[in-house]
Write a protein that binds this ligand. Structure first.
Ligand code: MOS
Length: 694
């Protein structure tokens, strides 16, 4: 095939909104200040479980500039919510410490904050239970785990295989609760105009927010518009609306004023979701040559009392390695805690920490190189579904990573490499993330001046989505990228799936390609003349739902080198190197950022991130950057991401797999495995704090 236009897909186009961002022209949700704006500041519960007896707002209403103080006793009633977290101010019940119990609206932000501090809430306090334990009497088996996976699976006879295995590895791993901290905190500006509601919201998916808000306020979705052209990160925490969105709309409705509600960093720790803590039991049985005969992976995790959120922690274990005997399970306990939510690669991230740590322990038990152990257990087909893989290049990633990292000749003996005060070691782990794609719509328009406008309610949360959609559209239209304008971030645009599940580019790109193809056909029919403008649109529902069933996953290999201070136990990740197989890379510049960002978040998870439950008060006690540590520049030294050329014809018109989440998967295990190599100490409980090493 010959073509005269250059291919934008595969090229490192600069971010199309880069200049707007660095010059401050790009407006984020909280930067919208409509006329007559008022400010809302929520009041949060100070008990972990109980009932509101009374709310005294006398002093609040006397405070200068206060417009309203709203609580259960005077709040407008909402329609029943699927997600009880969103039924804000609809009940006297308190389900967790930090839950919204009132909101104060005032003329200024400072006034609203001050007055919110004057709200007196009396509670009938009940004893709370906030501690996840693997022997908790409240553990139960949820119907399914997110998004719709079976809770438990079993193949072959894993118990018999374990009983007969010459080598058995049995270990319990745990990961703490972790909190998403996108650079831009959550914010909503709510403006009512008669029966219509406009929200400027920091969200990963404007259409989902529109539909949820419309249903709670009993309105047709067409009466709600959600606008989010620029979003400063989300990592899953903005994947679905959290209660502040409802609170802002409710406060605006009650007061008849546009209302701005900016969630503070400290508030985020209770009200915008977090990664569930996990306790995971892994048992591996193997022959003396390292071939797995059994894998058993059991996860214990938590949710709130008001909503079931069941993380799919052991799901990756169902497809990673060949083994005739396999069992995976999830058990959940409902505690007096906030509801967990999505955090970058939910399920895969904690699950692969356990599995990939266990694989390292097994390699040592078998006397095998950990890269070789993984290669030896490569499945021919997806072991669970029996489906062929659309492409599976884990082995290529491991080999390429080993070559680039300088793995050959590694002495497996622990605690024998010194560099000054440092004990040095290296580790490896595999990575994976499923390939999802969701139906979306898009429109493409040929303007009379020869330019093109592509519209889709996609979201750019900092990933470069707007840029890659421009590239995809330019190729599909056979025009140059500077003639294409992509409009996203508005629920009034053709409806699209959310920026989550690493499926944005695949889902939206498919719709954009189909809309552009339809436009070209229409233009051909008209002899190429756009006259007063020609428009075409596309809906990918049939195409995506009719797609051939295959096991579609991205893979990767993570290599880490660490230095551990022999006296203090202080651990530094000296080098991280990842090699990924994720189909065609649409934009090497933005893709590299996604991989490196994911790996950095994995480094942070390995060494620093930990939300500590205060059993006495019943909430996470570290809720700011002084106490919840996230890797800073000085912690991140040498992180490199590479990818292999992967030509997979079973994906989408771009041939791409998702890249937003795989970078974090396996990273913490690679670091923990390197720490073992450096020190001889196996850390099975994240994070790897120095007190666990000395
Ligand atoms: Mo991601 S946790 O699917 O936004």
């Amino acid at each position: 095939m010959t073509t005269t236009t250059p291919s934008y897909v595969g090229s490192a186009l600069d971010r199309v909104e880069g200049l707007d961002k660095v010059t401050g022209r790009a407006r984020y949700a909280a930067e919208h200040s409509p006329r007559d704006l008022a400010y809302a500041v929520p009041v949060q519960a100070t008990v972990a479980r109980g009932e509101i007896r009374s709310v005294d707002v006398d002093a609040v209403l006397k405070y200068p500039g206060v417009i309203a103080a709203i609580w259960y006793g005077n709040a407008p009633r909402l329609a029943p919510a699927d997600d009880a977290e969103l039924a804000v101010l609809q009940s006297r019940r308190v389900a967790y410490r930090g839950q919204y119990v009132a909101v104060v609206v005032a003329e200024t932000l400072q006034g609203a904050r001050e007055a919110a501090g004057l709200v007196r809430v009396e509670y009938a306090v009940e004893p709370h239970d906030v501690e996840l334990r693997a022997d908790h009497p409240g553990l139960y088996r949820p119907d399914h785990v997110n998004p719709a996976f079976p809770t438990d699976t079993e193949q072959g006879d894993p118990d018999a295989a374990l009983a007969a295995a010459p080598i058995v590895l049995e270990a319990t791993y745990s990961t703490p609760a972790e909190h998403n901290n996108p650079m831009e905190p959550h914010a909503t500006v709510a403006v009512w105009d008669g029966d219509g509601l406009t929200l400027h919201d920091s969200t990963q998916g404007a259409p989902a927010v529109r539909d949820t808000v419309a249903s709670l306020f009993g309105m047709p979705p067409a009466n709600v518009r959600v606008i989010s052209p620029h979003v400063g990160g989300g990592f899953g925490s903005k994947g679905a609306p959290h209660p502040h969105v409802i609170l802002a709309a409710l406060a605006a409705k009650q007061t008849g004023r546009p209302v701005k509600l900016t969630v503070t960093r400290q508030q985020m720790f209770a009200v915008t979701g977090y990664r569930t803590p996990t306790i995971q039991r892994v048992r591996l049985g193997a022959d003396t040559d390292g071939r797995l005969t059994a894998i058993v992976h059991e996860a214990f995790e938590q949710s709130s009392t008001i909503r079931e959120f069941a993380e799919q922690t052991t799901v990756p274990t169902r497809m990673m390695y060949a083994a005739p005997g396999r069992r995976t399970s999830h058990r959940l306990v409902r505690l007096d805690v906030p509801t967990p939510a999505w955090m970058r690669a939910p399920g895969e991230t904690p699950g692969m920490f356990a599995l990939e740590s266990a694989m390292d322990e097994l390699a040592i038990a078998c006397g095998l190189d950990p890269v070789e152990l993984r290669i030896r257990n490569e499945p021919e087909i997806d072991p669970e579904s029996g489906l062929p893989f659309s492409s599976r290049n884990l082995v290529a990633c491991l080999r390429e990573g080993a070559r680039r990292f300088g793995w050959a000749g590694r002495d497996p003996a622990p605690r024998i490499r010194r560099r000054g005060r440092l004990l040095v070691g290296t580790g490896v782990a595999a990575s994976t993330y499923p390939v999802y794609r969701s139906p979306s719509r898009a429109s493409a328009r040929a303007e009379p001046d020869g330019r093109f406008t592509v519209r889709i309610a996609a979201t750019d949360i900092g990933t470069g989505a707007r840029t890659v959609l421009t590239q995809i559209a330019a190729d599909a239209l056979r025009t140059s990228a500077d003639r294409v304008r992509v409009e996203i971030g508005d629920s009034a645009l053709p409806t699209a799936s959310l920026a989550g599940g690493s499926m944005g580019t695949a889902s939206w790109g498919t719709a954009v390609v189909r809309a552009c193809e339809a436009l070209r056909e229409e233009l051909d029919r008209r002899g190429g003349d756009p006259a007063g403008g020609v428009e075409a649109d596309a809906d990918t529902t049939e195409e995506i739902n009719g797609q051939r069933r295959l096991a579609r996953h991205a893979f990767g290999a993570q290599f880490a080198e660490v230095g551990v201070d022999a006296d203090t136990g202080e651990t530094r990740v000296l080098r991280l190197l990842g090699v990924f197989a994720a189909g065609r890379i649409v934009n090497p510049k933005t893709a590299r950022s996604q991989f490196v960002g994911g790996m950095t978040m994995g480094l942070s998870m390995a060494l620093l991130e930990e939300s500590v439950m205060d059993r006495e008060f019943g909430d996470y006690l570290n809720h700011d950057f002084a106490q919840y540590h996230i890797a800073a520049c000085a912690d991140v030294r040498d992180v490199e991401a590479f990818w292999i050329e992967e030509d997979d014809p079973h994906l989408n018109p771009m041939g791409s797999k998702g890249i937003g989440e795989i970078g974090i998967v396996g990273t913490a295990a690679a670091v923990a495995n390197a720490v073992h190599h450096a020190t001889g100490v196996r850390i099975r409980d994240l994070p790897i704090r120095l007190d666990k090493l000395v």
